[in-house]
Design a binder for this molecule. Structure first.
Ligand code: PNS
Length: 164
Protein backbone atom coordinates (compact mmCIF):
# COMPACT_ATOMS: atom_id res chain seq x y z
CA UNK A 1 0.00 0.00 0.00
CA UNK A 2 1.69 3.20 -1.18
CA UNK A 3 0.55 6.48 0.34
CA UNK A 4 1.61 9.94 -0.76
CA UNK A 5 0.99 13.44 0.51
CA UNK A 6 0.29 16.11 -2.10
CA UNK A 7 0.94 19.32 -0.15
CA UNK A 8 0.23 22.88 -1.15
CA UNK A 9 -1.53 26.14 -0.44
CA UNK A 10 -4.35 25.46 -2.92
CA UNK A 11 -5.46 29.09 -2.73
CA UNK A 12 -7.34 28.16 -4.88
CA UNK A 13 -6.97 24.72 -6.48
CA UNK A 14 -6.35 25.00 -10.25
CA UNK A 15 -6.79 22.55 -13.10
CA UNK A 16 -3.02 22.10 -12.96
CA UNK A 17 -3.34 20.74 -9.41
CA UNK A 18 -6.23 18.53 -10.47
CA UNK A 19 -4.17 17.09 -13.31
CA UNK A 20 -1.40 16.15 -10.85
CA UNK A 21 -3.95 14.62 -8.45
CA UNK A 22 -5.52 12.55 -11.23
CA UNK A 23 -2.18 11.29 -12.50
CA UNK A 24 -0.78 10.89 -8.98
CA UNK A 25 -3.69 8.60 -8.20
CA UNK A 26 -2.38 6.20 -10.82
CA UNK A 27 0.96 5.96 -8.97
CA UNK A 28 -0.27 5.72 -5.39
CA UNK A 29 -2.93 3.69 -3.63
CA UNK A 30 -3.72 6.59 -1.32
CA UNK A 31 -3.26 10.28 -1.87
CA UNK A 32 -3.64 12.80 0.93
CA UNK A 33 -4.08 16.35 -0.28
CA UNK A 34 -2.53 18.40 2.52
CA UNK A 35 -3.52 22.07 2.69
CA UNK A 36 -0.85 24.08 4.49
CA UNK A 37 -2.19 26.27 7.29
CA UNK A 38 0.20 29.19 7.19
CA UNK A 39 -0.78 32.10 9.44
CA UNK A 40 2.13 34.18 8.04
CA UNK A 41 0.80 34.12 4.47
CA UNK A 42 -2.25 36.19 3.57
CA UNK A 43 -4.64 33.95 1.67
CA UNK A 44 -7.69 34.83 -0.40
CA UNK A 45 -9.65 31.77 0.73
CA UNK A 46 -10.02 30.31 4.20
CA UNK A 47 -8.87 26.75 4.82
CA UNK A 48 -12.50 25.65 4.97
CA UNK A 49 -13.26 27.29 1.60
CA UNK A 50 -10.16 25.70 0.06
CA UNK A 51 -11.18 22.33 1.44
CA UNK A 52 -14.69 22.70 -0.01
CA UNK A 53 -13.40 23.77 -3.42
CA UNK A 54 -11.04 20.79 -3.50
CA UNK A 55 -13.84 18.48 -2.45
CA UNK A 56 -16.11 19.73 -5.27
CA UNK A 57 -13.27 19.73 -7.80
CA UNK A 58 -12.48 16.07 -7.14
CA UNK A 59 -15.85 15.15 -8.62
CA UNK A 60 -14.57 16.48 -11.97
CA UNK A 61 -11.72 13.97 -12.26
CA UNK A 62 -11.31 10.21 -12.43
CA UNK A 63 -9.29 8.96 -9.47
CA UNK A 64 -9.92 5.27 -10.17
CA UNK A 65 -9.60 3.10 -7.08
CA UNK A 66 -7.58 5.74 -5.22
CA UNK A 67 -9.80 7.96 -3.12
CA UNK A 68 -7.97 11.18 -2.31
CA UNK A 69 -8.37 12.53 1.21
CA UNK A 70 -8.36 16.25 1.92
CA UNK A 71 -6.67 17.36 5.13
CA UNK A 72 -4.88 20.40 6.47
CA UNK A 73 -1.61 20.55 8.32
CA UNK A 74 0.61 22.97 10.19
CA UNK A 75 4.34 23.04 10.70
CA UNK A 76 6.92 20.83 9.04
CA UNK A 77 5.70 18.88 6.05
CA UNK A 78 7.94 15.87 6.71
CA UNK A 79 6.68 15.65 10.28
CA UNK A 80 3.14 15.53 8.99
CA UNK A 81 4.14 12.96 6.34
CA UNK A 82 5.62 10.70 9.03
CA UNK A 83 2.57 11.14 11.27
CA UNK A 84 0.34 10.12 8.37
CA UNK A 85 2.56 7.17 7.52
CA UNK A 86 3.23 8.42 4.00
CA UNK A 87 5.94 7.00 1.74
CA UNK A 88 6.25 10.01 -0.49
CA UNK A 89 5.60 13.68 -1.05
CA UNK A 90 4.15 14.43 -4.47
CA UNK A 91 4.90 17.75 -6.20
CA UNK A 92 4.24 19.07 -9.68
CA UNK A 93 6.87 20.94 -11.65
CA UNK A 94 5.80 23.37 -14.35
CA UNK A 95 8.87 25.14 -15.63
CA UNK A 96 12.57 25.32 -14.91
CA UNK A 97 11.78 28.23 -12.56
CA UNK A 98 9.96 25.79 -10.26
CA UNK A 99 12.87 23.40 -10.27
CA UNK A 100 15.26 25.35 -8.07
CA UNK A 101 12.77 25.93 -5.26
CA UNK A 102 11.47 22.37 -5.48
CA UNK A 103 14.97 20.92 -5.45
CA UNK A 104 15.85 22.93 -2.34
CA UNK A 105 12.72 21.75 -0.57
CA UNK A 106 13.17 18.13 -1.64
CA UNK A 107 16.78 18.05 -0.43
CA UNK A 108 15.93 19.74 2.86
CA UNK A 109 13.03 17.36 3.39
CA UNK A 110 15.27 14.40 2.62
CA UNK A 111 17.84 15.65 5.12
CA UNK A 112 15.13 15.99 7.76
CA UNK A 113 13.47 12.68 6.98
CA UNK A 114 15.40 10.36 4.62
CA UNK A 115 12.59 7.77 4.67
CA UNK A 116 10.23 10.08 2.77
CA UNK A 117 10.85 10.33 -0.97
CA UNK A 118 9.80 13.35 -3.02
CA UNK A 119 8.22 12.36 -6.32
CA UNK A 120 7.98 15.01 -9.02
CA UNK A 121 5.52 14.95 -11.86
CA UNK A 122 5.74 17.24 -14.86
CA UNK A 123 2.69 19.47 -15.09
CA UNK A 124 0.39 18.82 -18.03
CA UNK A 125 1.55 21.12 -20.84
CA UNK A 126 -1.88 22.77 -21.02
CA UNK A 127 -1.36 23.99 -17.44
CA UNK A 128 2.36 24.65 -17.43
CA UNK A 129 1.82 28.41 -16.99
CA UNK A 130 -1.11 28.19 -14.57
CA UNK A 131 -0.64 29.17 -10.94
CA UNK A 132 -3.07 30.08 -8.16
CA UNK A 133 -1.40 33.49 -7.92
CA UNK A 134 -1.86 34.32 -11.63
CA UNK A 135 -5.40 33.02 -11.68
CA UNK A 136 -6.34 35.36 -8.81
CA UNK A 137 -4.58 38.32 -10.39
CA UNK A 138 -6.13 37.82 -13.84
CA UNK A 139 -9.60 37.31 -12.40
CA UNK A 140 -9.33 40.37 -10.18
CA UNK A 141 -8.33 42.48 -13.18
CA UNK A 142 -11.30 41.30 -15.21
CA UNK A 143 -9.62 38.59 -17.34
CA UNK A 144 -11.14 35.19 -18.02
CA UNK A 145 -9.96 32.12 -16.14
CA UNK A 146 -12.26 29.80 -18.03
CA UNK A 147 -10.73 26.33 -18.33
CA UNK A 148 -7.91 27.08 -15.88
CA UNK A 149 -9.77 26.31 -12.67
CA UNK A 150 -12.56 23.92 -11.72
CA UNK A 151 -16.13 25.26 -11.97
CA UNK A 152 -16.45 25.33 -8.18
CA UNK A 153 -13.51 27.72 -7.98
CA UNK A 154 -14.93 30.07 -10.62
CA UNK A 155 -18.18 30.23 -8.67
CA UNK A 156 -16.33 31.02 -5.40
CA UNK A 157 -14.14 33.62 -7.07
CA UNK A 158 -17.20 35.38 -8.42
CA UNK A 159 -18.85 35.59 -5.02
CA UNK A 160 -15.59 36.47 -3.24
CA UNK A 161 -14.90 39.42 -5.51
CA UNK A 162 -18.48 40.61 -5.66
CA UNK A 163 -18.36 40.84 -1.84
CA UNK A 164 -15.32 43.10 -1.80
O1 PNS B 1 1.50 25.36 -3.00
P1 PNS B 1 2.81 25.84 -2.41
O2 PNS B 1 2.58 27.14 -1.67
O3 PNS B 1 3.88 25.93 -3.45
O4 PNS B 1 3.25 24.72 -1.34
C1 PNS B 1 4.41 24.89 -0.57
C2 PNS B 1 4.54 23.84 0.54
C3 PNS B 1 3.25 23.74 1.32
C4 PNS B 1 4.81 22.50 -0.10
C5 PNS B 1 5.72 24.25 1.44
O5 PNS B 1 5.59 25.58 1.78
C6 PNS B 1 5.82 23.42 2.72
O6 PNS B 1 6.11 22.26 2.67
N1 PNS B 1 5.53 24.05 3.87
C7 PNS B 1 5.48 23.39 5.15
C8 PNS B 1 6.59 23.88 6.08
C9 PNS B 1 7.88 23.12 5.81
O7 PNS B 1 7.95 21.92 5.91
N2 PNS B 1 8.91 23.90 5.44
C10 PNS B 1 10.20 23.36 5.10
C11 PNS B 1 10.23 22.94 3.64
S1 PNS B 1 11.80 22.33 3.17
Amino acid sequence: MRRAIYPGSFDPVTNGHLDIIERGCKLFDELIIGILVNPDKKALFTIEERREMLHDALTEIDCGACRPLIEDFQGLLVKYAVERNADAILRGIRAISDYEYELQMALMNRRLEPRIETVFMMAGEAYSYVSSRLVKEVYQLGGTIDGLVPVSVEVRMRSKFSQS
